[in-house]
Design a protein around this ligand. Structure first.
Ligand SMILES: CC(=O)N[C@H]1[C@@H](OP(=O)(O)OP(=O)(O)OC[C@H]2O[C@@H](n3ccc(=O)[nH]c3=O)[C@H](O)[C@@H]2O)O[C@H](CO)[C@@H](O)[C@@H]1O[C@H](C)C(=O)N[C@@H](C)C(=O)N[C@H](CCC(=O)O)C(=O)O
Ligand SMILES: Nc1ncnc2c1ncn2[C@@H]1O[C@H](COP(=O)(O)OP(=O)(O)OP(=O)(O)O)[C@@H](O)[C@H]1O
Ligand SMILES: N[C@H](CCC[C@H](N)C(=O)O)C(=O)O
Ligand SMILES: [Mg+2]
Length: 484
């Protein structure tokens, strides 16, 4: 592809515009012969500092936001992150016909997994993309980011479409939206789950975080398209106002929803019976998932399936067969009849919700094993400690990806927040495997254990090393060791 086509800039000097481009990247380390290198002014450094590296690897041209002394032809654009996203969409032209993006602090991975399952039940060739990777009818492939960078994203979209996928549900993280990773994606609709504290290590404050999410609705969705909103979220009215201003069609779901109305939800064991209405008709659903939050997620997914053209009665029937996303309130086993769950709650609201879900199902003690990630929002540590001792009976504080930080200090910050904040016993066990083993060993009939924070993850990040570790495997091992 010629550079003028890649950038959609017809007025480039032909000596530059006619350069044949073999690929594109914003990371000099993956540049090859004939590539266009997009120099992003980032958080840690400026891509312009890596032009020499890009040239040595064969880059043909640099695209940046400012003019600079440069060993290669340089083109200045106003927003280089948007430019690389749009260029990637041209270089990898195919996309599944129906792409839906889901944002919100919690529930994105669950909603895209549910939507993929609903679409598959409708007979569509469906896929999902997000924190647990790309999942389609052929299997799952893990990736590093929830919303991949634009070059990887468009390569993936191209491959999915070429492989016959017509329907894709993808997660839109606030960072992904903010950093223009989705700017070249042809969206059909978008979903919003909820809003609470997260990523305050990146966003200046909660308003900045909210605005980042709203860019999906006020900029990326086009007027006339549909926004499916969990109407029971604290910020649903604000989100709907943003959507109305943009001329979107608002589809509210939940007890306060107007498009799918949740009339009654009766939890029993690990399932929930729902009475809902939509377009003047009533439906009964046996959702095979526990937790009010999973009901909300399932209704957002159903709304997105209906908004993208599927038959409501068939969509609601599909909810009877939903499976949870891996590591989201996943029942791994039991000891002395006490269930053991693995969950991905690594932020305050999620921890609160998962404990609140298990509390009514637990006659004995509710035990939670958790930690907080290093190099992430420090403010959430004390909050999560406080929630655990207020809402659970035993809080076992352990490590969760300490990264470059001293894990003992992370645990101390959690315990500082926990002390005196509630009745639960606090136990500190640094080694996560040992914490899980001791928690399992102590389970009595009537108890329940939730190991929170790592969900589907398969490693413990200590310094720059990723040590193999899975909560699921650690629980299974502990259940075997402490059987009888
Ligand atoms: C903190 C953050 O969001 N970083 C993202 C951001 O990097 P940055 O702006 O800080 O870039 P930088 O490190 O300053 O470097 C500037 C530029 O120089 C380039 N570079 C750098 C070194 C080099 O040798 N050569 C080179 O060309 C970099 O590729 C970059 O383009 O822009 C990059 C290009 O798009 C992203 O790859 C990078 O994601 C990093 C890998 C990351 O870990 N991001 C995480 C925090 C993230 O995005 N998480 C979200 C949310 C998760 C969730 O809620 O589920 C996600 O969507 O996964
Ligand atoms: N609708 C919801 N409201 C509150 N908490 C939720 C909701 N859905 C899921 N959770 C909690 O958040 C955890 C993460 O859920 P999920 O992976 O679906 O969300 P996510 O938005 O993709 O999160 P992340 O940004 O961390 O990838 C779950 O394990 C559960 O504890
Ligand atoms: N996408 C989130 C996941 C956090 C998971 C938790 N296990 C941790 O490491 O803090 C992040 O990178 O902030
Ligand atoms: Mg996710």
């Amino acid at each position: 592809m010629r550079l003028s086509e890649l950038l959609a800039l017809g007025d480039l000097d032909p000596s530059i515009g006619n350069i044949e481009i073999a690929g594109l990247s914003a990371d000099s380390r993956v540049v090859s012969e004939g590539f266009a290198f997009f120099a992003i002014p980032g958080h840690a450094g400026d891509g312009l500092a890596f032009v020499g590296d890009a040239k040595a690897r064969g880059a043909a041209v640099v695209i940046a936001e400012r003019a600079a002394e440069c060993a290669l032809p340089l083109i200045v654009v106003p927003d280089v992150r948007a430019a690389v996203a749009r260029a990637a969409a041209r270089f990898y032209p195919r996309q599944p016909e129906t792409i839906v993006a889901v944002t919100g602090t919690s529930g994105k991975t669950s909603v895209v997994a549910f939507l993929r399952q609903i679409w598959a039940a409708m007979g569509h060739e469906a896929a999902s993309l997000g924190t647990v990777g790309v999942v389609d009818s052929k299997g799952a492939h893990y990736g590093a980011l929830t919303t991949p960078g634009p070059v990887e994203l468009h390569k993936t979209l191209n491959e999915l479409a070429a492989g016959g996928v017509t329907h894709l549900a993808m997660e839109a993280s606030s960072l992904g939206v903010d950093q223009r990773r989705l700017d070249g994606v042809r969206l059909a609709a978008a979903g919003f789950t909820n809003f609470s504290r997260d990523h305050l290590d990146h966003h200046r404050d909660m308003e900045d975080y909210f605005a980042a999410k709203m860019r999906l609705f006020d900029t990326l969705l086009q007027p006339g398209q549909t926004a499916v909103i969990d109407a029971d979220s604290d910020v649903a009215t604000r989100v709907a106002a943003v959507c109305n201003t943009r001329g979107l069609s608002v589809f509210g779901v939940g007890a306060k929803g107007e498009a799918i109305v949740l009339k009654d939800a009766r939890p029993h064991a690990l399932a929930t019976s729902l009475d809902i209405s939509h377009a003047g008709k009533n439906y009964k659903i046996e959702l095979p998932l526990a937790g009010a939050f999973q009901t909300s997620n399932a209704l957002v997914a159903a709304g997105l399936a209906i908004a993208s053209g599927d038959d409501p009665a068939r969509v609601f029937a599909a909810l009877d067969h939903l499976k949870g996303a891996p590591g989201r309130l996943e029942l791994v086993g039991a000891r002395n009849g006490a269930p053991v769950f693995v969950d991905y709650a690594h932020k305050p609201d999620a921890l609160e919700k998962v404990i609140a879900t298990l509390r009514p199902l637990t006659k004995g003690r509710l035990i939670v094993v958790f930690g907080c990630g290093g190099d992430r929002d420090k403010g959430k540590r004390a909050l999560m400690g406080e929630i655990a001792v207020r809402a659970a009976d035993v809080a076992i504080v352990t490590d969760d990806n300490p990264r470059s930080e001293d894990p003992a200090l992370i645990r101390a910050a959690i315990i500082d927040g926990a002390k005196g904040a509630g009745p639960a016993q606090i136990i500190e066990i640094a080694d996560r495997g040992e914490a899980i083993s001791q928690a399992v060993a102590g389970l009595c009939a009537g108890d329940a254990l939730v190991v929170a924070g790592k969900g589907h993850e398969t490693g413990q990040i200590v310094g720059n090393r990723i040590l193999p570790f899975s909560d699921h495997e650690a629980v299974t091992k502990a259940l075997q060791e402490h059987s009888s």
